[in-house]
Write a protein that binds this ligand. Structure first.
Ligand code: PGA
Length: 249
């Protein structure tokens, strides 16, 4: 059985007291069921978030990390730094990192390797832009993003990989891929992994959908066979909304 996961990417939102409040209200929502729940606050609040969630099943992830192990990279954060404060999961390849900070497949392949070297789980994001979909190039784009950054991995490394399909045109826009569009892409991705590795590995990989998931549409999207949960942006900033999304699985 694949693991069901709902992860909240808080992006550059919430100061320290807002971070505390949001985590405390998530904890007060009661039993979140068997779904793996992950929140990704800003770097500066990660240690505090790890401490606040230590008495709950909520996990804490980083939104990014550097591809090098250490060195003269002013302003950057290494996986060893994250590990040392109890972070075991990192989001890599978010479209905002690709668009605004020039992260490409080659850099992301290095980041993935570095995270795995530190025994971290990786939530690897990818997805096509609107132009790609309009020109019916979306499958090719997704194929190259996944194969360039991940297909050098040994089969055994995939136990640490969580995929997150996030069509760029659906992120923060209020426009969601239809449940059928999500299912179609997720099935394509699973086939891709099966072709490169094997059917049992493909069957074990959790593939999340991200892009304007809200309490009102989560259930229908999550009901699709190859959708194993979601990566949530805006709606993850509200404890009640995030909880409703978690419980929609
Ligand atoms: P959104 O963001 O839910 O606000 O569309 C999703 C994401 O960027 O991961």
């Amino acid at each position: 059985m694949r693991t069901k996961i709902v992860a909240g990417n808080w992006k550059m939102n919430n100061n320290l007291s807002e971070t505390n409040t949001l985590i405390e209200s998530l904890k007060s929502q009661g039993n979140l069921g068997s779904t793996r729940v992950i929140v990704a606050p800003s770097y500066v609040h990660l240690a505090q978030a790890v401490s606040l969630t230590s008495d709950s099943s909520i996990e804490v992830a980083a939104q990014n990390m550097h591809e090098a192990k250490s060195g003269a990279f002013t302003g950057e954060v290494s996986p060893a730094m994250l590990s040392s404060i109890g972070i075991e999961t990192v989001i890599l390849g978010h479209s905002e990192r690709r668009a605004y900070y020039g992260e490409n497949d080659a850099t992301l392949a290095k980041k993935v390797d570095n995270a795995l070297d530190h025994d971290m789980d990786v939530i690897f994001c990818f997805g096509e832009e609107l132009e790609d979909r309009k020109s019916e190039n979306h499958f090719e784009v997704v194929k190259s993003q996944i194969s360039n950054a991940l297909f050098h991995l040994k089969a055994s490394a995939w136990a640490k990989i969580i995929l997150a399909y996030e069509p760029v045109w659906a992120i923060g826009t209020g426009e969601t891929a239809s449940p059928d569009q999500a299912q179609e892409m997720h099935a394509f991705i699973r086939n891709l992994i099966q072709d490169q590795y094997d059917a049992s590995l493909a069957d074990e990989v959790s593939i999340l959908y991200g892009g304007s998931v809200k309490p009102g549409n989560a259930q229908e999207i999550f009901s699709k066979q190859d959708v194993d949960g979601g990566l949530i942006g805006g709606a993850a900033l509200n404890a009640a909304d995030f909880t409703t999304i978690i419980k929609s699985i």
